[in-house]
Design a protein around this ligand. Structure first.
Ligand code: HEM
Length: 191
């Protein structure tokens, strides 16, 4: 939602997709979700720039391992800086720009199962997040519903600060305040 508040053109495209797939004023149902390709690309781009677990979960090898020219001694604590990997200019064009279209052009780039080492928002390997199907559906469902029924604006005279607060879980430093305006006058859309 914070990235969308910063990018009105992207929000307009997402709302247009919702109107085409769900229909003006219709309730979003589970079967619509797989048809929301642009919203899916928005989710992927958000998880690329703002991975929930920026360093994944600590790994600790049982035996000494050699990977390329690196030796990782048994018992080391290994963190993967996914935050940096997902902003690597060698892997991503204009890495600092919020551009959902990059995932529309190349669907393989947005594989959540950890096969593309430049994009690991849910981790990889045997400890990969088992909640991917639920997370993917629920985030798209909630964000799409918020966009389909409300127009969102920043309070007048305010700007959004997307600075992050690092930790095991990545958070936004200043939680954004946004004002919803109902798109429909009839109460039945909101009950
Ligand atoms: C946006 C939503 C979510 C994100 C970004 C996310 C991300 C992650 C990440 C990065 C890991 C660590 C993977 C690794 O180190 O390789 C993880 C682990 C895990 N996630 Fe999620 N997750 C999400 C939602 C969920 C949901 C909805 C569930 C359950 C319903 C869930 C259950 C778990 C569990 C149980 C683990 C530990 C797996 C293990 O260590 O074997 N997650 N998640």
């Amino acid at each position: 939602m914070a990235e969308l508040l910063q990018h009105p053109e992207i929000t307009r495209k997402a709302c247009k997709e919702l109107e085409e797939v769900v229909g003006k004023g219709n309730t979003l149902e589970e079967f619509h979700i797989s048809k929301l390709h642009y919203l899916d690309a928005i989710l992927k781009e958000t998880l690329r720039l703002h991975p929930v677990a920026p360093q994944l979960v600590l790994r600790c090898p049982y035996t000494t391992q050699t990977i390329s020219e690196y030796t990782i001694p048994k018992g080391s604590k290994v963190l993967f800086n996914v935050w940096a990997m997902q902003r690597d200019p060698e892997a991503w064009e204009n890495p600092m720009k919020f551009q959902p279209e990059r995932f529309m052009r190349d669907a393989g780039k947005g594989d959540y199962r950890g096969n593309n080492y430049s994009f690991l928002p849910f981790g990889s390997g045997r400890r990969v997040c088992p909640g991917i199907p639920l997370a993917e559906k629920m985030i798209l469902y909630v964000v799409s519903t918020l966009l389909h029924f409300f127009e969102w604006n920043l309070p007048q005279g305010t700007t959004l600060d997307l600075s992050e607060k690092f930790g095991l879980v990545l958070k936004i430093q200043q939680p954004p305040i946004a004002i919803p305006i109902a798109k429909y006058s009839s109460l039945e859309h909101y009950l």
